[in-house]
Design a protein around this ligand. Structure first.
Ligand code: SF4
Length: 1020
């Protein structure tokens, strides 16, 4: 890194005492911070600030200082800083609780906040307003002629501001930027198009930066750089701070570190008479010391002895060699599960009633990426009954309400697309508001969303509000028939909700003043919001809601002040998403035994046991950000940190963390991330240098966790969407959810239970949406509906025209009518699908169609058809089982066709577009036949008995009729079907839903593989 010009001490300002405190490890790092910062009085504490990397680190450090002062009875405020290197600092002799004069623990941004508060006449620009202003200036500069080789969209405007900030924090001017970068590019621009483009970009950026500074000045506002300049210009003897402790390295060593301009501020700020930099030897030796001596050449160096801590023992999987003490899991979930099991196994050490925040017992799960670990902690640690806490500041965008807002933005910007609309409706936090105060919006259910998705897919609906309205009107006019009718009826409330959302958000799609668009969005969000009922979820929601609404309102004010361009939602949405990404939000979890904490914050904590988790190549070290505008060689001349400095500092920070816990240290990695193989961190390659004793632990097989089925607290209906599924550490085996009340059982659902009870559970109890592979063309379900509808319409018309049984003589007429009917039926499907489906129904040069094959089957029977009944509802109560086991059960079902024959028998026929391979084993047509005989008793004065039953399976190349039983086995098959159906009903009512597919092939086509534990089916 190129050194910045040394700071000048202005006349009239007393040079402050500036020291560097070298500490051997993180335990003494924390002690040194406490000694240097805890004030003897609240007044002194208020004028002392400790700069830490993140707000999470501030939280952790606060607890550490409290432990030192209140539990270990330190009295650091009574220590003279001159004796900082001594070993014997004051300790209170009595155990009485005293309060701690806590210093202000702030991030780098917080430091500027403190400085800004002390400057009464300085108005700081809001960060959102700053982005809006910079965006407006960029557009103006581009329109004035210095067109950039990119469109200044919100993310790029933010990147432009980052570049500007980095320049100023490196104490460079816009002229420096233009001169250094421009000079380097000018010579090559004539012959190199890339250089010419970069030069063009540099000129635009310089013009935009100047425009931004002028606009800021004209508005009478200051940003961080203006604030720094004002603070340094004051020259007063008294400033907001008397003492500052710097507990972060510089920006070359850590992303949240200090910049040259920050050191300049700290060495020249009025009233600040003590500046203490605290750093570990490892970090200093990784390059920080030489950079610090460049920046603060007069710094006094003090070695801090402190009180050393115990060396931890390293956790080693039993049987592994001494130089390989690494826990290796399959994926992150298994990693956290292994961690939880180790914590549980330690319960002998940790008394159940031990205070959860006792420092000697605190256990850390240290990570580099908060989100996956916070989600997994919630699920896995919760399932193992382990209390936990987290202090990470996460992006607001990770909150469920922010995710719901994102769904609204996507839907509004997508012109009512199917995927975006259904995702919006599936959110448990959103319900599109009714059209008027008196309207009662019909409820949206998971089943309805699924039905609507299928209907829209079959109609090849991709998006468009007008097309949505047209489909809605068509579905209301034509309710469909058979299964389609059921599906359409379920889909209609969802269509209504989709249309309400599309209507309410439609104005956002047309450019209008940004402030007006933000108003409209806010009105929709407030009207559509569905606040969770459960107290914790509600509290979390309301906090996130406040943050999101605050963003919208700040953005609206900014647009009103700095120009209000006409924009549509597709331009506004990226800015709002960026703001939600940039704003941090603390999840407020705790207190608890396990601290889920990022590596930067962990350095400030006291832990008995620590697990460094997720030790994979891309996270330890974390990859550095790349500047989107300029290559590294040009940035280096402007003072940018080098990758080598960053990597050396990251390794030093890792080495420090290895000695952080007082009892045990575990190193944990995994091999799979999103089904891709990941490499372990390079840090794990030289662990033989670790001179720790090992503690061997048995790492047995980690059982995969079973999904328990508890919907999101406060969301009581069956809507799909981002539900929370708490994991329960259930042993492998049958899932028993307890007795269930009797209901009406669909006969096809009973067959589903026999295929796999868990499949029934997922589909019929939970109403989960089945994962359906996207198919090209018409879906199997849509094709089935088309075939059923065509045959039903044909036989209805055939009977209306006086047609009876179809024999050889009637074949030509049947063919002609079926052609006519099929063409009509084909109008209901998208035109692009008609040729293929026409060939299936009516045949082609390569084979007979479904109609021809069905008629030939019937003509071949010649069994004296008396009446053909279509779509026969068999809903009702029936007695199933024999003897004492017999009982009444409510069944639901609809037979495609029941033929009444002249010999007093009936025949149930069901159409299948597949092969009906399970014709003999399934319950469906056997039960239909049995209950149809009961239901139709006395019709036409006949006591109908079951003759034959089966499927017309059009997926078969040969004989399409698949009989469910033979004449010889009929009675036995019907009785067995009834008994089996009763056994299934009993099992359902007992709540037994084991993962037990009748055949592993069932799993191949099952849409619930993602939620069951099928990996273990073979082992059970
Ligand atoms: S994937 Fe297999 S085991 Fe899992 S629910 Fe489906 S059928 Fe049952």
């Amino acid at each position: 890194m190129t050194s910045a010009p040394p700071p000048q001490t202005p006349a009239g300002i007393t040079p402050r005492r500036t020291r560097l405190v070298r500490v051997p490890d993180l335990v003494r790092f924390q002690q040194a911070i406490a000694v240097a910062s805890v004030g003897a009085s609240p007044f002194q504490a208020r004028r002392t600030a400790v700069i830490v990397p993140t707000s999470g680190a501030a939280d952790v450090l606060r607890h550490t200082i409290e432990d030192l002062c209140l539990v270990e009875r330190w009295a650091p405020g009574e220590a003279d800083l001159a004796t900082l290197g001594a070993h014997d600092w004051p300790v209170r002799p009595d155990a009485a609780t005293v309060s701690v004069a806590m210093p202000q623990l702030v991030t780098r941004t917080g430091l500027y906040g403190l400085v800004g508060e002390a400057l009464a006449d300085v108005a700081r620009i809001d960060p959102i307003a700053r982005e809006v202003l910079a965006g407006a200036v960029a557009r103006e500069v581009a329109a004035a002629g210095a067109a950039p080789p990119f469109v200044p969209r919100p993310a790029l405007v933010a990147a432009m501001l980052d570049l500007y900030d980095a320049l100023r924090r490196n104490r460079r001017t816009i002229d420096d930027f233009e001169r250094l970068v421009g000079t380097a590019l000018e010579s090559g621009a004539a012959i190199d198009r890339g250089a010419a483009r970069l030069l063009e970009e540099t000129r635009f950026l310089a013009a935009a930066f100047r425009g931004y500074e002028a606009a800021l000045d004209a508005a009478g506002l200051v940003d961080e750089h203006g604030l720094r300049a004002r603070a340094l210009a004051l020259g007063a003897a008294s400033g907001p701070l008397a003492s500052v402790v710097v507990a972060v390295p510089d920006v070359a060593a850590a992303p949240h570190g200090l910049w040259p301009a920050d050191y300049d501020l700290l060495t020249r700020l009025a009233g600040l008479d003590s500046l203490t930099v605290v750093a570990t030897e490892a970090t200093l030796d990784a390059g920080y010391l030489s950079r610090l001596l460049d920046t603060l050449p007069d710094i006094e160096i003090v070695a801090f002895a402190g009180s050393p801590s115990a060396t931890p023992r390293i956790v080693r999987p039993a049987g592994r060699p001494a130089d390989a003490p690494v826990l290796v899991s399959r994926d992150r979930e298994e990693e956290v599960t292994t961690f939880a099991r180790r914590v549980r196994a330690q319960s002998g050490d940790i008394a159940a009633d031990a205070p959860v925040d006792a420092p000697s017992h605190a256990i850390a799960l240290v990570h580099q990426r908060p989100l996956p670990y916070l989600y997994l902690a919630r699920q896995v640690l919760g399932a193992y009954g382990i209390s936990w806490q987290a202090v990470d500041a996460l992006p607001l965008a990770a909150e469920p309400w922010a995710a719901a807002v994102d769904l609204v933005l996507t839907f509004a910007a997508s012109d009512a697309s199917r995927a975006a609309g259904l995702a919006l409706l599936a959110s448990p936090l959103l319900v599109p508001p009714p059209r008027g105060a008196s309207d009662a919006a019909p409820p949206v259910t998971a089943g309805g969303i699924e039905a609507c998705d299928r209907e829209l897919a079959d109609a090849l609906f991709v998006g468009g509000r007008a097309r949505l309205a047209e489909l809605d009107a068509r579905w209301r006019d034509d309710a469909g028939a058979g299964r389609a009718r059921v599906q359409r009826r379920r889909a209609l409330p969802v269509m209504d909700a989709l249309l309400r959302a599309a209507d309410a958000l439609e104005p956002l799609a047309t450019p209008d003043r940004a402030s007006v668009q933000l108003d409209r969005l806010e009105v929709f969000l407030i009207a559509a919001e569905r606040i969770p009922g459960a107290p914790r979820a509600r509290e979390r929601h309301l906090r996130a809601r406040g943050a999101v609404l605050g963003l919208l309102r700040r953005a609206r004010e900014a647009y009103r002040r700095f120009g209000d361009p006409a924009i549509a939602i597709d331009e506004l949405a990226p800015l709002l998403r960026r703001l939600m990404e940039a704003q941090t939000f603390s999840p407020r979890v705790g207190p608890g035994l396990v601290h889920v904490v990022d590596a930067a914050a962990a350095a400030f904590g006291r832990f008995a046991d620590a697990t460094l988790a997720g030790l994979i190549e891309s996270e330890w070290p974390a990859s550095g950000g790349r500047n989107v505008f300029l290559p590294a060689n040009l940035l280096r001349d402007l003072g940018w940190p080098s990758d080598a400095d960053r990597r050396a500092a990251a390794r030093a920070a890792f080495d420090d963390l290895l000695r952080l816990p007082s009892r045990t240290l575990a190193l944990s990695t995994f091999t799979l991330e999103d089904d891709a193989i990941v490499r372990p961190s390079a840090y794990l390659e030289d662990l033989d240098a670790l001179a720790f004793d090992a503690v061997d632990v048995a790492i047995d097989g980690v059982p995969r966790l079973a999904l328990a089925v508890t919907p999101l607290p406060g969301v009581g209906d069956d809507r799909v969407g981002p539900r929370e599924w708490p994991l329960a550490a259930a042993p492998p085996g049958p899932a028993n959810v307890g007795p269930r009340p009797p209901g009406a059982y669909s006969v096809t659902a009973l067959d589903r239970y026999r295929q796999c009870p868990f499949k029934y559970f997922a589909d019929d109890v939970l109403g989960l949406e089945e994962d359906v592979d996207e198919e090209a063309g018409l879906s199997a379900r849509a094709r089935g509906t088309l075939v059923h509808d065509a045959f039903q319409a044909f036989f209805t018309e055939w009977a209306a025209r006086g047609g009876g049984a179809i024999d050889e003589a009637a074949l030509p007429a049947a063919r002609a009518l079926f052609t006519e009917i099929a063409e009509r039926a084909l109008l209901a499907i998208p035109p692009s699908e008609r040729p293929l489906e026409r060939a299936r129904l009516l045949g082609s040069a390569v084979g007979a169609g479904y109609g021809e094959r069905a008629f030939r089957f019937e003509a071949g029977r010649a069994d004296g058809l008396v009446e053909r009944l279509l779509e026969v509802s068999l809903d009702g109560e029936y007695t199933l089982g024999d003897g004492e086991a017999a009982r009444t059960v409510r069944l639901r079902g609809k037979a495609d066709r029941v033929d009444l024959l002249s010999d007093g028998t009936l025949r149930v026929i069901d159409y299948k577009t597949g092969k009906a391979s399970t014709a003999r084993t399934s319950l469906q047509v056997k039960l239909y036949a049995r209950v149809a005989a009961e239901r139709l008793r006395g019709r036409r004065g006949v006591d109908w008995s079951v003759g034959e039953s089966g499927y017309l399976a059009f997926g078969r190349p040969d004989d399409i009729y698949q009989a469910a039983f033979d004449a010889g086995s009929r009675d036995e098959a019907l009785a067995a079907a009834a008994s089996e159906a009763l056994a299934v009903v009993d099992a359902v009512e007992q709540g037994a839903f084991p993962v037990a597919p009748e055949d592993v092939h069932v799993c191949t086509f099952c849409g619930f593989a993602a939620v069951c534990r099928k990996d273990y089916v073979g082992d059970e």
